[in-house]
Structures are given as structure tokens and as C-alpha cells.
Design a protein around this ligand. Structure first.
Ligand code: GDP
Length: 348
């Protein structure tokens, strides 16, 4: 850093989530002061920040409080005076009850609008990043999907993300705010929530490696996803915000794999060779060496409305940000299994 150069300040919402944590680490590494707004300043939800060893970082500041209060938001922006705001605050699941619908819509849809409006009122020079999702594409009829693919969300979560996407465009076009949209396809890591299928799988195989005789029950093994590596995606997010012009970028790996493929990679990571037997609901995965059944299909985990296979085209990010997803799924999976194994060893 050259003498006299101002250290940048960033506000990262959703800082306790997978993406927020990786982004915070990346920004701290670049010399930023990073502010986050967790639910509270202590508690188990800070485990990711703890695990990456940045919770006690002198340039990390946690300001507990909600983002649903405009007055608080304005005050926060005035007080910390950020150069860049990264919005990762959202619920990551498709809601099932009316109560969850309200919470999801407020956090995922209206939250970004409040931030944009607070930026416009306090200092329109603040840059803004909105984390969008491949769920915005929903029922597409073209593949792969890029920045020009028409949106057609198929659930209120996708629609809420789209509402935030359009508000980001609106504040850019009508108020001149440097506001970027990322459209992120699935991205995994050891910090992924356990409710996602990848973490569910890596935890199970890590436990087996520790000697557990547990059986992993899964839904649709043939479902396919475009799975990338979360830390890499955060590098792209940061580059977007350093660009000349605010823009929209798809971030994706460009390849899809099935749940079954991922299970096989996880087995391989613990030196197990799985053989599949049976079909449909009767399918099982057996440890070839011992004959033990390790994986079973349980229809309880089937999705009532499985989404269309989505695969992203990150060519624009390649051309303009010099970015591409480069970590192979095998390495992502191995890394996740290793981390789950270490955690289990530590807690034992
Ligand atoms: P998302 O649906 O892309 O947000 O990510 P998930 O990780 O929750 O699900 C990925 C895919 O895995 C979906 O198509 C599921 O149908 C499939 N899947 C199969 N078994 C399971 C399971 O036990 N849990 C979850 N979460 N997904 C499963």
C-alpha cells in the first residue's frame, strides 16, 4: 500500500454466512476495514468467522443489529462511511410456511432495496453489490445461462432475488449508483450450511472415516447442479466492484455434476469404493470392500418441485474480470471432507 493511500472500508451484510465470511477474509487480506452486521456479537452463529480465524481480527468490526430499520441503516452508513457495501444478507432456503414467506421476502427482497435507498440518501458514492442467484433463471429453456438469458423464477425466493436484482439496476440507472449484480450459481465449501446436500454428504463420509457405522439417506441422486468453489466466487465479486463500470455478471463453473457423482467423490476422499445396486427408491450404495450399505435413497428427501437443470456461462466474467472457476469438484469435495473430519476429531 502506497503512502497516503486511504484504507478502504467495506460493509458486508450476511457476514456470518458462507459467502460473507470468505469475503470478509478476502477484504481483510487486502487491507480493508470490514464491518458486519450479525444478529448478535456473540454466539454459535459466529463459528465460520472463528474457524477462518478472523473473528478477533483488529480490522473486523461487528455491529449487531437489524437491517430492517431504515433509520438504523442510515445511521450505520453515516457512522462507518463505507466505500463498498456487499449484500449477502438473505435467507438461503425456499420457505415453506406463510411466516417464513414474510421473513424471506423482507430479508431477501426488501433488504437490498432498503440498503440502496439508504445509500442514495446518505452518500450515493458508496458502491453496492447484490448477490443474486441462479434461482432467478428458474424455468429456462436455453442452456447455458448467461447475463442475457430471460428470467423466469419458479418460486417466491427466486422472485424476491429478482426484485432485488431489478432494484439494483434501477438505482444504477436512475440514481447513478455504482451498483453491481452477481448471479451466483451453487457454490460450496467447508463453510456451507449442513442443509445443503454437499455438506450433508461430506459430513457423513467424514463420520464414516472416523469409524461411525452411520447410513447416509438421500433424495434424488440424479439431480444435477453447477457446483463451484465459494472462495473463488468472492474473488470475482470483489473484482466486479473494482471495475470501471458497474455491471451484471454470471458466476458459475460451467459444468454440472449429479448428487451421485458428488457421493462418489466423497467416498473416494475417504478411500472407499462405492458400488451402486438397485434402482429408484430401492437404490443403495455399498462399500465394495466390506459389503456394508453406506448410502440409501429415502423418498422423504425428494423435492416436490425439482428445478430444471441449470448451468451457467461465466464467459463475461472471464473476458471482463479475467476470472474463471478453476477448482475441480473433486478438490472441493476432498477439502470439505477433510474439514469435516478435522472438526469431528476436534470435538471427539
Ligand atoms: P439447491 O437446491 O440448489 O439450493 O441445493 P441443495 O444442496 O439443497 O440441493 C441440491 C440437489 O440435491 C437438489 O436437487 C436435491 O433434490 C438433491 N438432493 C438429493 N438428496 C438430498 C438431500 O438429502 N438433501 C438436500 N438438501 N438435497 C438433496
Amino acid at each position: 500500500m502506497s503512502l497516503g493511500m486511504q484504507m478502504k472500508i467495506a460493509l458486508v451484510t450476511g457476514i456470518t454466512g458462507q459467502d460473507g465470511t470468505y469475503l470478509a477474509r478476502l477484504l481483510l487480506g487486502k487491507g480493508y476495514s470490514v464491518y458486519g452486521t450479525p444478529r448478535s456479537a456473540e454466539g454459535p452463529h459466529l463459528w465460520r468467522l472463528r474457524e477462518l480465524d478472523i473473528l478477533e481480527h483488529p480490522r473486523l468490526h461487528l455491529v449487531p443489529g437489524g437491517l430492517d430499520d431504515m433509520e438504523l441503516l442510515r445511521r450505520l452508513l453515516r457512522e462507518i462511511s463505507p466505500d463498498e457495501v456487499y449484500n449477502f444478507a438473505a435467507t438461503s432456503f425456499v420457505p415453506v410456511t406463510p411466516g417464513q414467506l414474510e421473513t424471506m421476502t423482507s430479508a431477501t427482497g426488501v433488504g437490498p432495496l432498503r440498503l440502496l435507498e439508504a445509500i442514495r440518501e446518505t452518500n450515493p458514492g458508496i458502491k453496492f453489490f447484490q448477490a443474486g442467484s441462479s434461482e432467478m433463471f428458474g424455468r429456462v429453456d436455453t442452456a447455458p445461462q448467461n447475463e442475457n438469458t430471460p428470467f423466469h423464477p419458479r418460486n417466491p425466493y427466486g422472485a424476491a432475488k429478482l426484485y432485488a436484482y431489478w432494484n439494483t439496476v434501477i438505482y444504477r440507472e436512475t440514481h447513478g449508483i455504482f451498483a453491481c449484480n452477481g448471479i451466483l450459481f451453487n457454490h460450496e465449501s467447508p463453510l456451507r450450511d449442513e442443509l445443503f446436500v454437499t455438506r450433508k454428504i461430506t459430513r457423513a463420509f467424514a463420520a464414516m472415516r472416523c469409524g461411525s457405522d452411520s447410513l447416509l439417506e438421500l433424495g434424488n441422486l440424479d439431480s444435477r447442479r453447477d457446483w463451484g468453489y465459494a472462495p473463488e466466487y468472492m474473488e470475482a465479486v470483489w473484482r466486479m466492484m473494482q471495475g470501471k463500470e458497474p455491471d451484471c455478471y454470471v458466476l458459475a463453473s460451467g459444468r454440472t455434476s449429479s448428487v451421485r457423482d458428488f457421493v462418489e467423490l466423497a467416498a473416494k476422499a475417504v478411500d472407499m469404493e462405492l458400488v451402486w445396486e438397485g434402482i429408484g427408491e430401492k437404490e443403495v450404495g455399498r462399500d465394495n470392500r466390506t459389503g456394508t450399505v453406506r448410502v440409501r435413497v429415502n423418498p422423504a428427501f425428494y423435492r416436490p418441485c425439482e428445478r430444471v437443470e441449470l448451468v451457467g456461462d461465466a464467459g463475461k466474467a472471464g473476458r471482463l474480470l479475467d476470472w474463471k472457476a478453476s477448482t475441480p469438484l473433486e478438490d472441493i469435495c476432498r477439502n470439505m471432507v477433510e474439514m469435516d473430519f478435522n472438526r469431528l476429531q476436534k470435538s471427539a
